[in-house]
Design a binder for this molecule. Sequence first.
Ligand code: DGL
Length: 250
Amino acid sequence: MEVSSDSPQKVCFFDSGIGGLTLLYECAKRLPQTKLYYFADNKNVPYGDLPQDELKKKVERIFSGISALKPAAAVVACNTVTARCIKSLRADYSFPIVGIQPAVKEAMKTGGKCVVFATPATATSSSLKKLIDAYGNAQTEVVACPKFAAFVERNIFNLDEEELINLLPDVTADAVVLGCTHYIYVKKTVEKKYSCPVFTGLEGTANRLMRILGATEGGLQPPNIQNVTFVGGDEEKNRRVFFEVLCGLT
Ligand code: DGL
């Protein structure tokens, strides 16, 4: 889709596929006047199973499109890209870049054993290790969930709870951190399986974006759907997931 670069304040979001729509939704409720653009690359999901050089190439291609829009800020709505590429993106671009990260700090308020579910690329990243060194405790555990994001991406309109419960790792936890935005769609099932609080990082990231934009808190409003544009990837699918699954519109 062609997007002109001379409209009002713009914020661009990016994820491999549908996962980041959850963060777009959280931010759209806070920023009804801002033009929001959602960049995706659905045919290349899962990013979390890619080698670093391939991931970087794909991310650079998307970011050159984002940069062409001259956004007020960009939001990496993908834990994998935050963990693996945000440093180099911040070095390459002058606009502010906010990245979602596993909500380890928030989850630690629960105390006890916190388990982080993440893609293989996030699970093995030095950035997650640093986060856990800073905020976790000796019991904090990371579980890589290969193919889980791809499963959610493929079956989003038809997620079967029993199948999901079987796919989720067999661990015990006092708190679970969903370290991949795709997993947020199955938060209720995760709560059911582990019977503990589940953390997504959505609110904290949305609030960080608000602070960076200098936006004033006006409470949560229904997203202004006129201000949301889908760019690249499977635009039709992303639009449907956003409106039907997240906004509850049909
Ligand atoms: N949704 C992304 C994340 O938060 C990546 C999923 C994937 O493509 O592997 O990590």
